[in-house]
Design a binder for this molecule. Structure first.
Ligand SMILES: [Zn+2]
Length: 119
């Protein structure tokens, strides 16, 4: 019981960060995890991000990874992390999102506020 509530509160205080510009095949998620752990507490496994196409998620991976970290450690994470010979660009939850449909900032491509949704 105690464990479960601890787990819950940890979930609440975690934030998702996305690591972009990593190779899909020549890098293991363990390498990514090891590098991220140097900066912050990591609450989840490293996962592959899926590509979005026309507002729908696809099963195509592109090398981007995402991981949940402790929210209190978010400020400790640099904008870029070197992993092996690659440099990952870190995207945070408070980063401005750019819509893939209309290229405007402030909403995702599947958001109802996107003007292309009304077409
Ligand atoms: Zn849009």
């Amino acid at each position: 019981m105690a464990l479960r509530s601890e787990y819950r509160s940890a979930q609440k205080k975690s934030v998702k960060i996305t690591l972009k510009y990593l190779p899909l095949h020549s890098m293991g998620n363990e390498d990514v995890l090891e590098s991220v752990k140097e900066y912050c507490k990591v609450w989840s496994m490293v996962n592959y991000s899926n590509n979005w196409y026309n507002g729908h998620i696809t099963n195509i991976c592109n090398g981007d990874r995402f991981v949940y970290i402790a929210a209190s450690d978010l400020d400790k994470v640099p904008d870029q992390i070197n992993i092996g010979e690659y440099r990952a660009r870190i995207f945070r939850p408070n980063a401005i999102t750019t819509c893939k449909q209309c290229q405007k900032e402030g909403h995702c491509s599947n958001d109802d506020s996107c003007p292309t949704r009304a077409l």
